[in-house]
Design a protein around this ligand. Structure first.
Ligand SMILES: O=C1OCCC/C1=C\Nc1ccccc1
Length: 459
């Protein structure tokens, strides 16, 4: 039985080819300076988020130990078939820096909507370290892209609320994270779930709130409510669906409760069960116990199904017109559409509601795969490139400009390396091994806030 490897060993968290890179830089290279950027993509603006987690989770403190070096040495000997691994280099970091990484990572504040981050080695003997950590740091593409995609949907919903609702008060709970099960791992769900929570407060992805607390100091970053799933309805049988619904109202006598209602016939569920047989219970729960019933369709064409349900419920429960002249169901009755929701489909649904004079206040959305999973590094074209180096004390601008793809050219030259007053390139103070600027989740949310909300808060 092969000896277990430590999956948290930073010497094993890189691309294999990087293990050979310490032999490939020009001799005399003392500094490698690289930057991370989104070269544009689906969204013109990107919301930067997740670096703090990556640093605290993987790069902070004494991350190098003699045991980890030994383990990596043995592993890479097997992997390459001979001694290629830079054992000396890592031993140097262990001895000189006590196992902390002599790196300087600068980035815009978490949550800000400008995509710039740069990295450099701070010990002239470890120029190969800057790009060793590329593999890990480029994974920042994921939380950044989720936060960006989620924020773009916040913008859409805010616009429709401004047009069809009295105010933006409901915005934080308008897009609920349904994506935990569709995520590739618990860690990616935690990162993506936290990224969504930069923009909203509604989530079922518990892992996201765990990360928000553990890495951004937020005690509770999201909220949810008691809600049915198909199994808790269908176990009552088709004949028992109405009783299953009644049970929901009785088991959760106050507050919001959501009930998926499309197991058999959503039209009959709204018309007969909610609209007639259980109507008094719904109204009483609503008016006397501040209860809100949230009816959840989960199939059919979302834009059509939502409007058809609104019309049925209006016929049965009545409603009112708001200050913008749009219809609103009674305050104890709302809808959540959690099927087929994405940046692309959101507008179709909201536009169809608006066309039929329905306020966006009547509805909330749930999104799963599109929110946390249907993205990749190309969505925002995230890359990490070396743009500057110091070789034999000479500054060198570094760039690539492939003749085969001009859009892949990289920025060149010093983006913001420290200079001392004699114009010499100084290796900034040794990596203290910890992030000297930490952001609270509240600060991240404030940095990411959309202009429409900032405007509304002023008035
Ligand atoms: O359907 C689902 O699939 C994925 C996990 C969450 C989920 C529903 N949750 C929910 C929460 C609050 C109001 C309504 C539903």
């Amino acid at each position: 039985m092969a000896k277990k490897l430590d999956p948290e060993n930073i010497l094993l968290i890189t691309d294999s080819y990087k293990v050979s890179h310490h032999k490939q830089y020009p001799s005399g290279t003392t500094i490698v300076f690289s930057y991370f950027e989104s070269r544009g993509g689906k969204f013109p603006e990107v919301c930067f988020f997740g670096l703090q987690y990556l640093i605290k989770r993987w790069l902070e403190g004494q991350v190098v130990t003699a045991e980890k070096i030994q383990q990596a040495t043995e592993f890479y000997k097997l992997h390459f078939g001979y001694d290629l691994f830079n054992e000396e280099g890592w031993k140097y970091i262990l001895e000189k820096h006590g196992g902390k990484l002599p790196l300087r990572i600068r980035a815009v504040p978490e949550g800000s909507v400008v995509p710039v981050k740069n990295v450099q080695n701070t010990d002239p003997n470890c120029p190969w370290l800057t790009n060793w950590v590329e593999t890990l740091l480029v994974q920042c593409w994921y939380p950044m892209t989720v936060a960006t995609n989620s924020r773009a949907q916040k913008q859409i919903i805010a616009e429709y609320l401004l047009e069809t609702a009295d105010n933006l008060d409901g915005l934080p709970f308008k897009l609920h994270d349904f994506g935990f099960r569709g995520s590739t791992s618990v860690e990616s769900a935690s990162l993506g779930g936290a990224a969504h929570l930069v923009n909203f407060c509604g989530t079922d992805t518990v892992a996201g709130m765990v990360l928000a607390r553990n890495y951004y100091g937020c005690e509770i970053a999201g909220f949810s409510i008691p809600a049915a799933e198909h199994s808790t309805i269908t176990t009552w049988g088709k004949e028992g669906e109405k009783e299953a619904f009644r049970n929901m109202l009785e088991q959760f006598p106050t507050g919001l409760v959501a009930c998926v209602s499309d197991s058999y016939n959503i039209w009959e569920a709204c018309e007969k069960y909610w609209g007639e047989d259980l109507k008094d219970l719904v109204v009483d729960r609503g008016t006397n116990k501040k209860g809100v019933l949230v009816i959840r369709p989960d199939s059919g064409n979302p834009a059509e199904v939502v409007v058809k349900i609104l019309n049925i419920l209006y016929k049965k429960f009545g409603g009112e017109k708001n200050s913008k002249g749009f219809h609103l169901l009674p305050p104890y009755l709302r809808i959540i559409q959690g099927d087929g929701i994405s940046y692309e489909t959101l507008s179709e649904i909201l536009e169809n509601m608006k066309k039929h004079k329905w306020s966006a206040d009547n509805i909330a959305f749930g999104s799963g795969g599109a929110l946390l999973q249907k993205l990749d590094r190309d969505t925002q074209k995230c890359a990490y490139k070396c743009c500057f180096a110091v070789i034999n004390e000479k500054p060198v601008n570094v760039y690539k400009q492939p003749i085969t793809d001009s859009t892949k050219h990289s920025k060149k030259g010093l983006l913001s390396l420290e200079l001392d007053d004699t114009g010499k390139y100084v290796t900034v103070e040794e990596g203290k091994g910890n992030a000297d600027k930490e952001y609270t989740f509240a600060q991240v949310r404030e940095n990411a806030e959309i202009p429409l909300v900032k405007e509304a808060k002023k008035n």
